[in-house]
Design a protein around this ligand. Structure first.
Ligand code: G4P
Length: 536
């Protein structure tokens, strides 16, 4: 392995921040970029969340930020580390996009609002992290607000997120009585001063816990802090790096992103402990990041919402070797060699052409429609990266044409849009009905709008009574005789021709499983490859 490649990998960290909307993801992102010098002032990172769930809001925001592209991947340097922060949509209706981004990172920072605790979206996102044993650092945010007792919050996190926690810092007071955070790792105390605009790299830190000034600041809280720390040590024990790296223990930091408090400790800890690009599983074994030969996969496709330019940008995560501009690479699914003249990387506010990229980095490739999510590029080898799952959607509607002469355009449009991962489409097993499945209502509006504007198709969505899509794996038709005979109305195919049972109720799935004992029913399946991942 070349020294250059080795050095690059050693200093690269690729991660994403996840949270329930409003917990403070955007604010924390911004503060991290400030520390990394990637932006100069607070307020530079536009929130990518959609406060109201209407199509006009969505389009307006897309227009304003031009965004999703420029802020999809943020790259900055901190203490000699090359840090890639992959953004995820702030709106829960786009959660599937977040699930896929999780496949392209090595670790995650999870933000929890100390007032609200663990919320619904946090649980869902953690489930995906657990499936992949992704290391997670937890940041409990908004300590300047009247939040909940920290022990109570930690109990809730352990219970609802099914992960052990290990606090590495500890708050003194909360809300109006918030005095600061004790750094358990370094045995120091950081005194809280409200600071919403600047990056204060030198928060006042006390290294001597017997400092007279500190006694004045802490007053009565000193004794409580001592007791809390004893309890923390007794209950949560010592921090073991291996437990964090294997995804079984999540270190916890407390702070206030808005006030830039606790963020530096979080970042310092992150660069120390977060994993560097690691080996990834493919259809023919593991590929190590230090492998000289280039390989990578597409985890996200971003469409241009301008109907005159149907071009898209495919985001490729480099997994091994060196990616080079204008060099031919093998598109495994299409079995074609392709070169890229204009690969780009994304900085906080703009993009620039790149000549090369290394493991852990993300390259934006201009795509005229040749990519699907999950596609692999290699230097000629014929493997595909594994582990890019499709989950059962949560809401289903039937796509219908208002103008019957546009059926070809509609088929083309919906296939393109689903290639981007915007939704999933299921086509009737014995027929041509098309059911579109999403994780949120907003996508139906977006699809309808885009079919009309980009493909000239006037269509509508009508409600259907399905609640889950379940992929069915079987060896021969006799394994699913009952389904074929009695349940053909529930049988569909996904766009890769996998058989899908659309159930109307949990009871219906149970019954189908009982009556077809040789078949396997799965609630998630991997993109593009035959190997199927078992339901978690
Ligand atoms: P999100 O990306 O996770 O959805 O959350 P975001 O950072 O946009 O934060 C949601 C709201 O919480 C924002 O207020 C933000 O200012 C506030 N916030 C974030 N961190 C802290 C913190 O440490 N303390 C306090 N008190 N508030 C925090 P907003 O009123 O919705 O938006 P804005 O008008 O302030 O931008």
């Amino acid at each position: 392995m070349s020294d250059l490649l080795n050095d690059k990998i050693k200093n690269t960290k690729t991660f994403t921040i996840i949270s329930h909307p409003d917990a403070g993801k955007t604010t924390l992102t911004e503060k991290l970029l400030l520390f990394g010098g990637a932006i100069q002032i607070a307020g530079a990172v536009k929130s990518n969340k959609i406060k109201k769930t209407t199509i006009s809001d969505f389009l307006e925001i897309e227009k304003q930020r031009g965004i999703s592209v420029t802020t999809s991947v943020m790259n900055f340097n901190y203490n000699g580390f090359n840090i890639n922060l992959l953004d995820t949509p702030g709106h829960k209706d786009f959660a599937e996009d977040t699930y896929r981004t999780l496949t392209a990172v090595e670790s995650v920072i999870l933000v929890i609002d100390c007032v609200k605790g663990v919320e619904e979206q946090t649980e869902k996102l953690m489930n995906v992290c657990r499936m992949r044993n992704t290391p997670v650092i937890i940041f409990i945010n908004k300590l300047d607000r009247e939040g909940r007792n920290p022990f109570e919050l930690l109990d809730e996190i352990e219970e609802k997120l099914d992960i052990k926690v290990k606090p590495l810092s500890w708050p003194v007071g909360i809300g109006s009585g918030f005095k600061g955070v004790y750094n358990i790792y370094e045995n120091t105390f950081n005194y809280f001063i409200s600071n919403k605009q600047k990056v204060e790299k030198d928060v006042e830190t006390f290294t001597d816990m017997n400092d007279d000034r500190l006694s004045v600041i802490l007053g009565d809280s000193t004794e409580k802090l001592k007791k809390d720390l004893e309890l923390v040590e007794g209950v949560y024990g010592k921090f073991e790096l291996e437990e964090y790296l294997s995804g079984t223990v999540a270190p916890v930091y407390f702070g206030s992103a808005l006030n830039n408090f606790g963020v530096k400790e979080l970042l310092d800890s992150f660069i120390n402990i977060a994993p560097t690009p690691k080996a990834r599983e493919t259809t023919s074994g593991y590929v190590d990041s230090t492998d000289e030969k280039f390989s990578g996969f597409v985890f996200k496709i971003h469409a241009n919402l301008n109907p005159k330019h149907r071009d898209r940008i495919a985001f490729l995560r480099v997994c091994s070797g060196k990616f080079e501009r204008n060099k031919f690479y093998h598109h495994v699914r299409l079995d074609r060699d392709i070169k890229f003249a204009n690969p780009a990387v994304f900085m906080a506010s703009d993009k620039k052409l790149i000549e090369e990229a290394f493991p852990g980095e993300v390259v934006g490739l201009y795509d005229s429609g040749i990519f699907k999510i999950g596609d692999t590029l290699t230097e000629g080898e014929k493997f595909m990266f594994k582990g890019i799952p499709t989950f059962s959607p949560e809401i289903f509607k039937e796509l219908r044409l208002n103008d019957p002469f546009k059926s070809k355009q509609m088929d083309k449009g919906i296939l393109h849009l689903t290639d981007e991962g915007l939704a999933q489409v299921f086509i009737q097993y014995h027929g041509n009905r098309k059911i579109v499945g999403t994780v949120g209502e907003l996508q139906f509006d977006v699809i309808q709008y885009r079919l009309q504007n980009e493909y000239g198709v006037d269509c509508k969505f009508t409600p259907v009574n399905y609640h889950k899509a379940c992929w069915v794996i079987y060896d021969d038709d006799s394994d699913i005789n009952e389904l074929l005979t009695f349940r053909s109305n529930n049988l569909f195919k996904d766009k890769h021709n996998n058989l899908v049972f659309m159930s109307e109720s949990p009871y219906q799935i149970e019954k189908a499983m009982m009556n077809n004992p040789k078949a396997k029913f799965l609630f998630n399946i991997e993109y593009n490859i035959e190997t199927v991942q078992e339901e978690n």
